[in-house]
Write a protein that binds this ligand. Structure first.
Ligand SMILES: [Cu+2]
Length: 488
């Protein structure tokens, strides 16, 4: 039997603590080197909740749950008893009300990642804290012209975000478009990663995990290990892929199939892009069209070098563990060919944000995401800063005039990538790797490569109030790589 830390006991509450104490073997994956997770079950999707008459009222209970994961009975966290939580489907103009119930042993809250909604009051307000045993009613009023896209929700209580998201607290949000492409079927693929110990309890992140950003050893699609998706030749499917991983980058391929990228995060590209691979930093989403070709194909993620901490022990050459190649899902195409695939989608999608490439820029700023070894810091302790400062909820770092367009140069002088996320207002990439994109490219998470920079433009319209921007390697966010913005 091994001791359970106070931190984990608090996080998991009664159920997790009991399960951990009862178990007690070492890390599940490392304990048996030949272990491979039970895989290949049928593809399943989370429950879907859809708005009616402009309204979606949802109750989300964050609780310890016991669910089968990759052949083990896992004691983790979930919304409404499952991992992922329910998928929420809304449209522009809708009101999304979420009653968040906190059944955890620690505080939590809820962020609607990517939604263009108010950050104030009971809106997308990350400064709200919901204590254990209490609940909070969020209300999000989506503008009528809210960009379509795939979004997601997860806790955002500073200092505990990585622990709670990696434990299973996440779910998808879909904002439907007016002119959706005709498809044979649409699927949501919520990708997550987690490390369990031999008893199925959540493994605790090490100091190294927190520094580099933890990557779970078990990678799941909708809570399943390598599920099998079936289709007939000629069918066209729309896949919405969400990267909810705390730090894992997904470099996706689907060899043997026709794969077109409709968009990343929000809106759609002016024309679908035929691509070999799609890179999703933590927090990003892909919207893809798959035209099924007979055969069996693997949805793979391949190794992506996101850098490391220079001078740190181990891992320096290849970066953090776990960013290697693996199969996320299997796509099996067989049977009677479909008569004709549905017609190509109309482009671009409506509504879409305004193209800011020729906009009047009211202010230009630089934000520098840096890592360092601070004075008096212990072995292995790093600082994670934006413009030299760690997060302070009481300090406002950036004041923006409402209604203006700004251009931000996002700089990363550190030896590892940092995916930059701004709440509420989408970013349009205007310069990446020294070149301007050919077409309007929006993101709400923009990867800033190690020793690189990206320029974005942001239209601060629609809402005022205090919100945040941060690194979406959630371990970095928890350690202070976050700033406060006030639009007024
Ligand atoms: Cu980071």
């Amino acid at each position: 039997m091994r001791a359970i830390s106070r931190r984990r006991a608090l996080l998991l509450g009664g159920l997790g603590a009991a399960a951990t104490v009862a178990g007690g073997a070492g890390l599940w994956w490392t304990a048996t080197s030949r272990f491979s997770p039970e895989a290949g079950g049928g593809f399943a999707e989370p429950e879907e909740l859809r708005s009616t008459d402009g309204q979606l009222n949802v109750r989300l209970e964050a609780s310890p749950v016991s669910v089968p994961l990759g052949g083990l009975q896992a004691s983790i966290l979930g919304y409404n008893g499952g991992v992922p939580g329910p998928t929420l489907r809304v449209r522009g103009g809708d009101t999304l009300q979420i009653e968040l119930v906190n059944n955890l042993g620690v505080p939590t809250n809820l962020h609607v990642h990517g939604l263009h909604v108010s950050p104030q009051g009971n809106g997308d307000n990350v400064f709200v804290m919901v204590p254990p045993g209490q609940s909070f009613s969020y209300e999000h009023r989506l503008p009528a012209d809210h960009p379509s896209g795939t979004y997601w929700y997860h806790p955002h209580h500073h200092g505990m975000v990585a622990d709670q998201v990696s434990a299973g607290l996440f779910g998808a949000i879909i904002v439907e478009e007016e002119d959706a492409p005709a498809v044979s079927r649409e699927r949501i693929l919520v990708v997550s990663d987690i490390t369990l110990d031999g008893s199925g309890a959540l493994a605790e992140a090490t100091p190294m995990d927190r520094m580099l950003g933890r990557e779970g050893r078990l990678v799941l699609v909708n809570g399943h290990s390598n599920p099998e998706l079936s289709a007939r030749p000629g069918e066209r499917e729309r896949w919405r892929i969400v990267n909810t991983c705390v730090a894992r980058y997904l470099r996706l391929r689907l060899d043997g199939q026709q794969w077109e990228l409709l968009g990343i995060d929000l809106a759609r590209f002016p024309t679908p892009q035929t691509v070999d691979e799609v890179l999703l930093a933590p927090g990003n989403r892909a919207d893809v069209l798959v035209t099924a070709t007979a055969g069996v194909s693997a949805l793979r993620t391949s190794y992506y070098n996101r850098g490391s901490m220079a001078g740190m022990m181990g891992r320096a050459a290849r970066g953090p563990d776990g960013t290697g190649d693996l199969v996320l899902a299997t796509f099996s195409v067989s049977g009677t060919p479909a008569t004709a695939p549905p017609a190509s989608p109309p482009m671009p999608a409506r509504p879409a944000p305004e193209d800011l490439r020729n906009a009047v820029v009211a202010a230009r700023r630089q934000l520098t995401l840096a890592t360092g070894t601070g004075m008096g810091m212990g072995m292995g302790m790093m600082s994670f800063t934006i413009n030299g400062r760690t997060f302070d909820p009481d300090r406002t770092d950036t004041v923006v005039a409402a209604g203006t367009v700004e251009e931000w140069t996002l700089l990363n002088p550190s030896p590892m990538d940092h995916p930059f996320h701004l709440h509420v207002w989408p970013m349009q990439v205007v310069e990446e790797a020294g070149t301007a994109p050919d077409s309007a490219t929006w993101r709400d998470v923009v990867n800033i490569p190690a020793n690189g920079q990206v320029k974005v433009r942001i239209s601060f319209t629609g809402f005022t109030g205090r919100s945040v921007y941060h690194c979406h390697i959630l371990d970095h966010e928890d350690q202070g790589m976050m700033g406060v913005i006030d639009v007024r």
